[in-house]
Design a binder for this molecule. Structure first.
Ligand SMILES: [Zn+2]
Ligand SMILES: [Zn+2]
Length: 163
């Protein structure tokens, strides 16, 4: 995902839009975003502010996830955005984001996808999960296991009361 900024670089105030669609493998060599499947689409704008290049954009992708509660695989659409200011690499800058006329946003896109990932994925907010005793998927089946439907915090309290 490389943007040629040869023209943009010479004119403060100028903006340039960009659009990419490429398979996740091309920007994620080390498979650090393995849940992403298929094409990653990016649309955005880069503006020369005079002091830096301001990048903004939106990413669309598809994720293959596993539900934290029922372990079912499901796919979900991901939409996330980014906004960063990049400075031309000079002698004392710490992070070199671009050099010369080319801006490579592959890593920015990969990072944004990783950061957009929630800690817990649920197939639905209403997912009832699996029975901890027999493993039945409670979204589709009822089992005969006896379960305490008690909030674990209350359960601790109940134990104290029983003493
Ligand atoms: Zn689920
Ligand atoms: Zn059960």
């Amino acid at each position: 995902m490389k943007i040629n900024i040869a023209l943009l670089d010479q004119e403060a105030g100028a903006c340039q839009s960009f659009r990419f669609a490429c398979p996740i493998e091309t920007i994620d060599e080390h498979n650090t975003a393995s849940w992403i499947e298929g094409n990653v689409e990016v649309e955005g704008k880069v503006c020369n502010t005079g002091a830096c290049l301001a990048l903004t954009g939106e990413i669309h992708a598809k994720a293959n996830r596993v539900c934290h509660r029922c372990l079912k695989e499901f796919s979900a659409a991901i939409v996330t955005s980014f906004s960063e200011n990049w400075q031309q690499a000079d002698g004392d800058s710490e992070v070199i984001r671009y050099q010369g006329d080319e801006l490579d946003i592959s890593e920015l896109v990969r990072e944004s996808l990783v950061l957009a990932e929630p800690l817990k994925n649920l197939c639905s907010e209403m997912c009832r999960g699996l029975c901890p005793t027999c493993g039945a998927d409670l979204n589709h089946a009822k089992c005969n296991c006896v379960r305490d439907e008690i909030d674990p915090r209350l359960a601790a309290l109940q134990k104290l009361l029983e003493k």
